[in-house]
Design a protein around this ligand. Structure first.
Ligand SMILES: CC(C)(COP(=O)(O)OP(=O)(O)OC[C@H]1O[C@@H](n2cnc3c(N)ncnc32)[C@H](O)[C@@H]1OP(=O)(O)O)[C@@H](O)C(=O)NCCC(=O)NCCS
Length: 203
């Protein structure tokens, strides 16, 4: 890691960086099931071998307001290698047939599952769909013989996400700091992505 300048007790980050404070959370056993129903017209569909353009459009719709960019960095070949891996499960939340949420589980490591992506588009946030979707995620993850189910969230995700995960039964176990170049300055995302995250121009 590059050495950071320290000024009056603060580490100064290079301009042009988007720092993300990440919280990793895990659960080591399945919490008691909750019986919840999706809102009217909402359903979940497992999409096998998603079409790359379809997947990118969904990832953008759900993630762009929260500056999600991991999958946007990948070439076609690299994206295909990930989302067509039989150990990656992509599910789409549909509202009257329109794609409005993404839930992606990663079973690639023995004994654990990562909730790699979890989010609803704006229209479904706060509708009760999140709680139902989490119940589906927990159920799918614990179908496998796992020791842990984990997720990470960061300060640019929805402000309710961290508490929501904790109410779901995940326990925080680690902080991490991501110091990537701001994807809105490198052209990976439009400048309009994540308006709650200020852009500090490189300079
Ligand atoms: C994080 C996220 C999934 C949380 O979902 P949400 O929309 O707040 O979820 P809900 O509306 O289901 O749940 C909020 C709470 O209100 C309750 N609720 C809200 N509206 C409700 C309704 N109409 N009917 C029933 N319950 C409702 C839920 O039961 C839940 O309570 P609980 O947690 O005590 O069980 C959502 O904010 C989101 O997708 N954000 C954008 C992407 C993101 O930041 N993802 C996380 C990245 S790691």
């Amino acid at each position: 890691m590059t050495e950071l300048e320290l000024e009056e007790g603060f580490y100064l980050l290079p301009r042009g960086t988007l720092p993300s404070l990440v919280v990793c959370l895990e659960m080591t056993e399945r919490p008691p099931p909750r019986h919840c129903r999706p809102p009217d017209g909402v359903s979940l569909r497992h999409v096998h071998q998603p079409d790359l353009d379809w997947y990118r459009a969904l990832f953008t719709k759900v993630g762009e307001p929260w500056v999600w960019y991991g999958r946007r960095l990948l070439t076609d070949d690299r994206l295909r290698a990930v989302i067509h891996d039989p150990k990656i499960e992509v599910r789409v939340v549909e509202h009257h047939g329109s794609p409005e949420g993404l839930m992606e589980l990663d079973f690639r490591k023995d004994g654990e599952v990562e909730l790699a992506y979890f989010g609803l588009a704006d229209a479904l946030i706060g509708s009760g769909a999140g709680r139902w979707l989490m119940e589906e995620a927990i159920t799918q993850a614990f179908h496998a013989p796992i020791r842990r189910f984990w997720v990470h969230t960061c300060n640019w995700d929805h402000k309710a996400a961290l508490a929501f995960y904790q109410r779901s039964g995940f326990k925080p176990y680690r902080f991490a700091l991501d110091l990537d170049p701001d994807p809105r300055l490198t052209g990976v995302l439009p400048r309009s992505a994540g308006p709650h995250a200020p852009i500090i121009e490189a300079g």
